[in-house]
Design a protein around this ligand. Structure first.
Ligand code: ZN
Length: 423
């Protein structure tokens, strides 16, 4: 399968794009052979449709729960069982959250079916369901805690609950980010220190690390056994403080050349050096603060207009939770292009860093970067010509075509200009 992919790869990079005549051995643009192009187009259309259906269906589920009085009935049950807030929370919230998730399950199943059908995933159904169960339990714990605290804060402080709720949300966000690489990710994959599995690669990586004037300790580089579940390639930076680390998927190491892996690592190092995780937490927190405040104002306006129809007594009523989720969901959908635009910018910076930090180490750093993008795109069946709207709204990385073009063009050294990050 791998050899086949590489064969077609050579053919595509030799297709006659305008520049191809002068540099025919080089990756001048992101291209796919006809069969993969057709598949990637079908997948792209399907993904766009699914994203839209997912959003609309999510809102419809909450509206259904509100209109049919489901939330009010769950509240009545919870209140009948106990007069204590904490027991009511432990009955009402899991019941509501499980109802929402169960109604969403067909879409999740269909999503995995698509990934299997297109060969992006090799994970069997039982393993997939086991993973799903783990994430459901975890999100049930997190959201039961968060929502219980929000309802409690609404009752205790009707005018400032949005601020205190934000504080709670930020603490949970920090905790989850810190604990994810240590306690959550290992539930799904095995992580082995890269030094053990790829000693020669680590030696090469260390050159890149030194060139960046950095010291990433060897015990902060890990290999993840992604190939058990997916066929796509990736690497990432995660955690902060004591849990901060770089993770490279085993697929990436197996299918890419050393210079390409060095570039991918250099990109991740960019995230690491430029503190993108912490920046993301700070920006995300600011976004959440605005979100909670707008939610507070929206609720004030919205509640008197809908509470009779939905049997909500007041904002601190359990039955108001689906309304809070609905309004917050709508705000989140509106905020999505903003968050993704910031993310695409950050990813572009990491691309610049990766090109700069491998300059002087990789024999042809531009080709290594361009071809690694070609590989990433081809293995994920990334469609080369996405619509502008889809990119702005949903894409957290720049389109592969743009990244290949940039890798091809970015060469400050030959123009006597200063590199941006790595001097
Ligand atoms: Zn990145």
């Amino acid at each position: 399968m791998m050899a086949g992919a590489q064969d077609t790869l050579k053919k595509t990079s030799q297709q006659t794009t305008p520049q191809a005549t002068e540099q025919h051995t080089r990756t001048t643009a992101y291209t796919l052979p006809p069969d993969k192009l057709a598949k990637s187009k079908a997948l792209y259309d399907l993904d766009n449709r699914l994203l839209l259906i997912d959003t609309v269906y999510g809102f419809l589920i909450l509206l259904g729960i509100l209109y049919l009085g489901v939330a009010a009935r769950y509240r009545d049950w919870a209140e009948k069982v106990s007069g204590y807030f904490r027991y009511q929370a432990l009955i009402f919230l899991p019941l509501l959250l499980l109802t929402i998730r169960l109604l969403n399950l067909p879409l999740s199943i269909y999503g995995h079916h698509i990934n299997l059908q297109y060969g992006l995933s090799v994970q069997g159904w039982s393993s997939w369901f086991a993973d799903l169960l783990k994430s459901e339990i975890m999100s049930l714990l997190v959201f039961t805690t968060l929502l219980a605290l929000i309802i409690l804060l609404i009752r205790k402080s009707p005018r400032r609950w949005w601020f205190y709720s934000w504080l709670v949300a930020v603490v949970i966000l920090l905790l989850l980010t810190w604990v994810a690489p240590i306690a959550i990710d290992p539930l799904y994959y095995n992580f082995t220190p890269l030094e053990k599995t790829q000693p020669q690669l680590v030696e090469q990586l260390e050159k890149v690390v030194q060139r960046g004037g950095l010291s990433i300790p060897r015990d902060r580089m890990y290999e993840m056994d992604a190939s058990r579940k997916v066929t796509t390639l990736n690497a990432y930076v995660t955690g902060f403080g004591a849990s901060k680390r770089v993770v490279v998927w085993d697929n990436t190491i197996q299918k890419m050349t050393i210079p390409e892996t060095l570039f991918v690592f250099g990109h991740e190092m960019g995230h690491y050096v430029l503190n993108h995780i912490i920046q993301g937490i700070i920006l995300g927190s600011l976004g959440l603060l605005l979100g909670f405040y707008v939610l507070y104002r929206l609720c004030k306006w919205f509640l008197p207009r809908s509470q009779q129809r939905w049997h909500i007594r007041e904002l601190g009523d359990w039955a108001a939770v689906p309304m809070l989720l609905l309004l917050f969901g709508i705000l989140g959908f509106i905020a999505e292009p903003i968050g993704n635009t910031i993310s695409r910018h950050v990813e572009h910076e990491a691309d610049i860093y990766g090109l700069e930090v491998t300059h002087g180490i990789n024999p042809d750093p531009q080709e290594a970067a361009a071809h690694s993008f070609q590989m990433l795109g081809e293995m994920s069946l990334d469609y080369p010509y996405p619509s502008r709207l889809a990119v702005i709204w949903y894409w957290n990385h720049p389109p592969i075509s743009d990244r290949v073009r940039f890798a091809r063009e970015y060469d400050p050294w030959s123009k006597g200009e200063k590199p941006k990050f790595v001097k």
